[in-house]
Design a protein around this ligand. Structure first.
Ligand SMILES: NC(=O)c1ccc[n+]([C@@H]2O[C@H](COP(=O)([O-])OP(=O)(O)OC[C@H]3O[C@@H](n4cnc5c(N)ncnc54)[C@H](OP(=O)(O)O)[C@@H]3O)[C@@H](O)[C@H]2O)c1
Length: 426
């Protein structure tokens, strides 16, 4: 038999699918228990259709989604257009037409995943999205299947290739943020608007999805604290290096007695930590659990073939169930009520970079402020910026998130002081 699939969009990832289906044909047929054919491809307009045909792409291109939705021979719809709309509407229509859906759209899944999964369940079809987190690393299925017997306590991730490429340049070459962004743009790693990558938004989307697979809970995107790398300076990087750390944008999800918590923040990682070795555009997800212990899953977070490989793996799984006339199980069956951790249960050390006038008594004022919050200094450094201004860098002992927020607020409002940066210390 043959399972017919339809592609929505024919950009970077989608155009990698035919290569894999052809190159690994025999293996795929054996795993899926069926042949898989691209029956239709949705493109934007007639001009794109004609251009793709002229380039030798021999597919049945359509420009109206209804040509796919109303076609009973299409069993799997593969959404690879990106963005929220019209992807959300098209996926909903496909699920309601009882077609399985595969997507790599992390923005959509992080913001509307629960709603789409409900539509899938209501229509007895499945929505799979292995490629949505760390494109080429098979992490979601691993968490859903291989960790079934285990209890995960913490997930750390370097899951945004663009910001990791920039941080690697800032750490290894001493580049400024602007120099690193210019190079990331030149190489095509950064989009014209890099906000989602450099401000931690893309990584926060991925934390929402990972929280479902690792902890069975769905954290709202708005509840994932996220900060980016814009404010990191060569001075921060240099001090981190002196102390045996590298700075990376790290996503973290932890479960405490009171519940779970997720954030994406610049982090001082000890050079000996496995995540500190993840450089350039590479991604990694580091999982701590009571059974397996520590494990790191490392690989390409993006790219045509790595991402298409994850998409095709989902298509194969679904095709297998279709070929056996079985109901495809939900991608993730681990679901618990979402309970958020209390801020007082979230303890970390922090680095504070504070600018102030270079005169006596300034450090004392900061010490009093920390003391009032019941937080002590672990290390203190002072560096002159010019004749009159100095940076005071403080690494604190552990404090909870309430103390951290309160201290950050108080330092920001302290006359004569500018809180230039805060970075979590692992
Ligand atoms: N690229 C990666 O390495 C990677 C990794 C992980 C996940 N993903 C995810 O995979 C998805 C696809 O990414 P991509 O890099 O392949 O994007 P892309 O190269 O921009 O391709 C998207 C394609 O969809 C087309 N499209 C958009 N809206 C459409 C519409 N309404 N009707 C028909 N076609 C439409 C676009 O046409 P126009 O060019 O005319 O807009 C474009 O050809 C995204 O959700 C992305 O987040 C990508």
């Amino acid at each position: 038999m043959t399972v017919n699939i339809a592609l929505l969009g024919f950009g970077t990832v989608a155009s990698g699918i035919p290569f894999l289906l052809k190159e690994n044909g025999a293996k795929i047929i054996s795993a899926a228990n069926t042949d898989i054919a691209i029956a239709k491809v949705l493109v934007r307009d007639e001009a794109e259709k004609n251009s793709l045909l002229a380039q030798g792409h021999d597919y049945h291109f359509v420009t109206d989604i209804l040509d796919i939705i109303s076609d009973d021979s299409v069993q799997i719809v593969v959404e690879l257009m990106g963005r929220i709309e019209p992807a959300k509407t098209f996926i909903t229509q496909a699920l309601q037409a009882k077609k399985h859906v595969v997507t790599a759209n992390k923005d959509l899944l992080a913001l509307h995943g629960a709603e789409l999964l409900k539509v899938a369940a209501d229509n007895q079809v499945a929505l799979y999205y292995e490629a949505a987190v760390a494109g080429g690393i098979p992490i979601l299925r691993t968490l859903a299947n291989s960790y079934t017997s285990d209890k995960i306590t913490k997930v750390l991730g370097v899951v945004n290739g663009t910001s990791n490429f920039m941080m690697t340049k800032m750490v290894d070459e001493g580049w400024t943020y602007d120099e690193a962004l210019a190079e990331a743009s030149r190489l095509g790693y950064a989009e014209s608007d890099p906000t989602n990558d450099v401000d931690g938004i893309d990584a926060a989307y991925k934390m929402v999805i990972l929280s479902q697979f690792a902890f069975g809970m769905t954290i709202n995107f708005d509840d994932v604290r996220h900060e980016g790398i814009r404010h990191i300076t060569p001075a921060d990087v240099k001090l981190a290096q002196k102390l045996g750390f590298v700075i990376k944008l790290v996503g973290e999800i932890v479960e405490r007695d009171s519940g779970i918590y997720a954030e994406v923040v610049p982090t001082f990682l000890p050079k000996s930590h496995q995540l500190a070795t993840v450089n350039g555009v590479m991604n990694a997800v580091f999982v701590e659990s009571i059974g397996i212990g520590e494990a790191m899953f490392y690989g390409p977070g993006a790219g045509q073939k790595p991402t298409a490989a994850s998409v095709v793996a989902d298509i194969i799984q679904l095709s297998h169930y279709i070929s056996k006339s079985e109901t495809a199980p939900a991608f993730n069956t681990f679901v618990r009520e979402t309970v958020y951790a209390k801020k007082e249960d979230l303890l970390d050390k922090y680095y504070f970079a504070i600018e102030t006038e270079d005169k006596s008594g300034q450090l004392l004022r900061l010490a009093e402020l920390f003391h009032a919050e019941n937080v002590s200094f672990e290390q203190v450094f002072q560096d002159k910026i010019n004749e009159d201004v100095a940076t005071i860098a403080i690494i604190s002992h552990q404090m909870d998130l309430n103390q951290f927020d309160s201290l950050s607020d108080k330092i920001s409002n302290l006359e004569g002081f500018t809180l230039r940066n805060t970075i979590k210390v692992i």
